[in-house]
Design a protein around this ligand. Structure first.
Ligand SMILES: [Zn+2]
Length: 224
């Protein structure tokens, strides 16, 4: 699928704007979590340790596919390895968002998957969202575990940590993060009241995911 790559300038501005959105939507807090998107020359990624509120386009770092900084005055995100591994493993990925959202993190703290019990997360991801095996933040092991758990899907949980989501662009990665958090909240609520979770049929899940990919996502982008 064709990817519309942003210029470096547009990508840096879009990442700053996305940082504000993630904060407003309570998907991240403080300087935790991180955002990247492909540009025509390199990968634009949030710097390590800077809060989203004061972030400016000049703070965004541009790295190459190996994580070497090409442009920028700061150190790139400590989770740069996770972002790079996703772009390498999934050629359709144009943006990656790593969140520390509460309900996804609650399931990650229990090393539990997000089962396929709600239609919208299934439409976007195609099935249950896996929780990756634990690996310490910032390591290649965490990047490898995330790619393994993603298994072609657009989201996974990171054990004892949070979630990572990708999309064709930043808007889709945000949508995945929001819908994942909503699904995680529903699962936690169901578990809290001792309710029984009913998983969707695998064939129905596949049909809904295919419809989303081929039609619904295009309607959301005004392409159909
Ligand atoms: Zn993190």
């Amino acid at each position: 699928m064709e990817k519309k790559l942003l210029t470096k300038k547009a990508a840096c501005a879009a990442i700053v704007e996305m940082g504000h959105k993630l904060t407003e939507k309570h998907l991240v807090a403080g300087s935790w979590g991180n955002i990247s998107t492909l540009t025509r020359k390199g990968i634009a990624i949030t710097p390590s340790g800077l809060g989203y509120e004061k972030l400016t386009p000049a703070d965004i770092v541009i790295v190459d596919a190996e994580g070497q900084a090409l442009v920028g005055k700061h150190i790139p995100s400590s989770e740069t390895k996770v972002h790079l591994a996703i772009y390498k493993a999934f050629p359709e990925a144009g943006a990656v968002i790593h969140t520390h959202s509460i309900y996804a993190s609650a399931l990650a703290a229990m090393h539990e998957d997000v089962p396929a019990v709600i239609e919208d997360i299934v439409q976007i991801c195609g099935g249950k969202v896996n929780c990756a095996e634990y690996a310490m933040t910032g390591t290649q092991e965490l990047a490898d575990a995330a790619v393994k758990a993603l298994a072609g899907l657009k989201a996974c949980l990171l054990a004892n940590h949070g979630a990572v989501c990708w999309g064709k662009d930043l808007a889709e990665a945000l949508l995945v993060a929001e819908i994942l958090e909503k699904a995680a909240q529903i699962v936690v609520l169901c578990k809290s009241c001792g309710g029984k979770l009913h998983e969707l049929d695998a064939a129905d899940s596949e049909a809904m995911h295919t419809f989303y990919e081929e039609h619904y996502s295009k309607r959301q982008r005004g392409e159909e």
